[in-house]
Design a protein around this ligand. Structure first.
Ligand code: F6P
Length: 363
């Protein structure tokens, strides 16, 4: 059978373990040798005990755990050709020519570059006498399947990324808890949520917690947002509401592209209204804790589909990313999705927010 390796890269997210588990078990079921690469690309570059063969029981009792049990890292060495050369040698040494990469767009782009360079890396290894001509020929193709693990839901092509649903659960649990104490003291709370440049977590958590106001990157508020905000909060109190909740995405911006922070919003409220106001920054709590049922199933389905894609791949197969489309796990060309994701980032940087939302499409 084929040699398959799985690794997680970049920021962790809930549900990555379910994906790793599915990759291992589907590979074994189909008669392949399957390896863990620990600590992401760093483990691939360093080799040694970082690359270990996995057996059926290696992935027992991890589906319910948050984070990634095989470790993750942001790796500088892999950005250099010298690092990728070492990584290639480590893979060839174990007969691995199929990779399942679980990470964000940076990690998936790195994998694509690795594949493009693979032939020339092997030539260099052969020239240096580090691999044999037989190995050069036998392992000439590297196939890649990507899975998007990120709480941000910021990747084009998939309805949901692995981890987003669990992060939402964390946010709404925390906000529900805040609401009870806010009620007692008739306070206003500003909740800062993650998502980098993507407003998904902030908008969906605002809708599901009955927040009074939300600041998100793709929809900067009008110039006079301070007046609008205060009017809205005041109206709610006049109507008998004992508390207010405002959600601020960490990437929230104004129409000039300048950040809008929780601290700024608090100051506006304190300067204009007599409301006792507090800030809660949820931070990495959102990325921790056990994965939701949705993320466990999503990880399982995507992991299994990634192995199927690699089994069917030949030298003409382009790297794919496994996406959720409606209720189906499908394969899309990896680089198309990465390019679309980068186009969204560019539109955001150019303050073309409507274009960004349009480009992002369903996700
Ligand atoms: O991409 C996931 C994410 O949690 C973002 O929401 C956040 O901006 C960032 O990672 C935090 O990065 P770090 O874990 O390096 O602090």
């Amino acid at each position: 059978g084929k040699g398959i390796a799985v690794f997680t890269s970049g920021g962790d997210s809930q549900g990555m373990n379910a994906a790793v588990r599915a990759v291992v078990r589907m590979s074994i079921y189909l008669g392949c040798k399957v390896y863990f690469i620990k600590e992401g690309y760093q483990g691939m570059v360093d080799g040694g005990a970082n690359i270990v063969e996995a057996v059926w029981s290696s992935v027992s009792s991890i589906i319910h755990l948050g984070g990634t049990t095989i470790g993750s890292a942001r790796c500088k060495d892999f950005r250099e050709r010298a690092g990728r050369l070492k990584a290639a040698k480590n893979l060839i040494g174990r007969g691995i020519t199929n990779l399942v990469v679980i990470g964000g767009d940076g990690s998936l782009t790195g994998a694509n570059l690795f594949r493009q360079e693979w032939g020339s890396l092997l030539d260099e290894l052969l020239k240096n006498g580090e691999i044999t001509a037989e190995q050069r020929n036998k392992y000439k193709i590297l196939n890649i399947a990507g899975l998007v693990g990120s709480i941000d839901n910021d990747f084009c092509g998939t309805d949901m990324t692995i981890g987003t649903d669990s992060a939402l659960h964390r946010i709404i649990e925390a906000t529900d808890a805040i609401i009870s104490t806010a009620y007692s003291h008739q306070r206003t709370f500003i909740m800062e949520v993650m998502g980098r440049h993507c407003g998904y977590l902030s908008v969906v958590s605002a809708l599901t917690t009955e927040a009074d106001f939300v600041f998100c990157p793709e929809s900067p508020p009008p110039e006079n947002w301070e007046t609008r905000l205060c009017k809205k909060l005041d109206q709610e109190r006049m109507a008998g509401q004992r508390l207010n909740i405002i959600i601020v995405a960490e990437g929230a911006i104004d129409r000039h592209g300048e950040p809008i922070t929780a601290g700024q919003v608090k100051k506006v409220i304190e300067d204009n209204l007599q409301q006792d106001t507090r800030i809660t920054v949820l931070g990495h709590v959102q990325r921790g804790g056990s994965p939701s049922a949705f993320d466990r199933i999503l990880g399982c389905r995507m992991g299994a589909e990634a192995v199927m894609a690699l089994m069917e791949a030949d030298e003409n197969t382009e790297p794919c990313v496994i996406s959720l489309d409606g209720n189906q796990a499908i394969r899309l060309p990896l680089m198309d999705c990465v390019k679309r994701t980068q186009a969204v980032a560019k539109a955001m940087a150019d303050k073309q927010w409507e274009d960004a939302v349009e480009l992002r499409g369903k996700s």
